[in-house]
Design a binder for this molecule. Structure first.
Ligand SMILES: Nc1ncnc2c1ncn2[C@@H]1O[C@H](COP(=O)(O)OP(=O)(O)OP(=O)(O)O)[C@@H](O)[C@H]1O
Ligand SMILES: [Mg+2]
Length: 377
């Protein structure tokens, strides 16, 4: 089995891995491939990178879905039997939609959405971005319009944040500090700083940006509002978390050949397994090729270089080229060793594919199709 089968047999594919290893590129390339095979594909990314937009032939990523024009496929000599759409996640907007869905009344909804502390939390609470990615995925998945959804996950410093994002968000909202606040406020009716007391000083400090008049009222309003949402949130988080374990969801772990990235990928695979999620494929991206030694002696090479570039100091240039080649060959050997070790550790229970380091960054549909070619080979 290869990645083509993984794509063909799942409805949701999630690329995960540590920072900068090629998650976004892999997600886009897989989406492109599936679209060229006749499927209606949504590529969901959290990366506003213009590079990705450009490689899909779009001016920029937007939070509304955009179709990659069919004529662009043709221009690059690619089949366009299906349809490819791209959409960027908007954490705050997704959170707002959740609030709207779970608030007990329009008044409560408006009170939360208009609350300054809510805005802060929705934009920057640890884990919110990861959770909202999962949340959005869950929402679009219920839309029968898509044959395949490819989710590109955010560049988390800790790639594991993803797995327990729903639980962590609930924990953060259900933290002792928040519960303490609630009790203090509910008991006091009207609150004052003295009532809040020293116990919550750390929370106030972390929210210190909001000092000034009305701060405590904002806190009270937020905490009461969140409490109103809480039951709904908790059920929803459990639902989202469960959905990630569905057999229609495949995880593709992406890594570079750097030993640290590989270590993280292996650790991440293990965690996926423990969490009851599937690790269907491991992609080793950016592998340096074993370049052959140049033909001919140094004297011959210098003579040839002098012929084509008479202005150049041929002896020096050839010496430098040899050293660059030597470095590249060393990387090629190191990458091959890493690849072998990784392949044996992945074993037979997941697809293992390698994508070579291309000469240039991936910046258009053609390059993306090239990456896809290696992925589904
Ligand atoms: N096989 C490859 N050959 C050459 N360049 C590549 C390859 N794969 C990815 N790149 C380039 O490497 C850079 C990082 O790739 P990408 O954005 O896909 O990584 P990422 O894992 O999504 O990063 P982040 O964690 O920041 O989101 C991009 O400029 C991309 O074009
Ligand atoms: Mg990315």
């Amino acid at each position: 089995m290869g990645l083509a089968e993984v794509l063909a047999t799942h409805r949701v594919v999630v690329t995960v891995g540590s920072g900068g290893v090629g998650k976004t590129t892999t997600a886009a390339a897989l989406a492109l491939h599936a679209a060229s095979q006749g499927r209606k594909v949504l590529c969901l990314t959290i990366d506003p990178a213009r590079r990705l937009a450009n490689s899909l032939g779009l001016d920029e990523m937007t939070v509304d879905e955009q179709r990659v024009p069919a004529e662009l496929f043709e221009r690059h000599g690619l089949r366009a039997d299906g349809e490819l759409y791209a959409m960027m996640l908007d954490t705050k907007r997704t959170f707002d939609a959740l609030v709207a869905q779970y608030a007990s009344s329009p008044e409560v909804r408006d009170r939360i959405l208009g609350n300054r502390i809510y805005s802060y939390v929705a934009g920057s609470l640890a884990g919110t971005q990861e959770y909202m990615a999962m949340e959005k995925l869950h929402a679009v998945r219920q839309n029968p319009r898509w044959d395949l959804i490819v989710l590109d996950t955010p560049p988390t410093s800790n790639a594991l944040d993803f797995l327990d994002a729903p639980e962590r968000l609930v924990d953060a909202i259900d933290s002792p500090a928040i519960r303490w606040f609630l009790q203090a406020f509910e008991g006091a009716g009207k609150m004052s700083f003295s009532l809040v007391g020293k116990g919550a000083a750390f929370l106030l400090r972390s929210l210190g940006k909001f000092t000034g008049t009305g701060f405590l009222e904002q806190v009270a309003e937020f905490v009461t509002g969140i409490n109103d949402l809480f039951g709904g949130f908790r059920d929803r988080a459990a639902e989202v978390s469960g959905a990630l374990r569905s057999p229609e969801v495949a995880f593709v772990v992406v890594t570079s050949p750097a030993p640290l990235a590989i270590q993280e990928a292996l650790f991440f695979s293990e965690r996926l397994r423990e969490a009851g999620m599937r690790r269907d494929a491991v992609v080793l991206n950016g592998v340096h090729a074993l370049l052959p030694e140049p033909q001919g002696t140094t004297a011959e090479l210098e003579a040839e270089l002098r012929r084509v570039e008479p202005g150049l100091d041929a002896a020096r240039a050839i010496d430098r080229m040899r050293r660059a080649l030597e470095d590249e060959r060393l990387r090629g050997v190191a990458d091959r060793i890493e690849a072998d070790v990784l392949r044996s550790k992945v074993g037979a229970d997941a697809v293992f594919v390698q994508v070579p380091a291309l000469e240039e960054d991936v910046h258009d549909l053609r390059a993306l199709a090239r990456v896809a070619g290696f992925l589904v080979a």
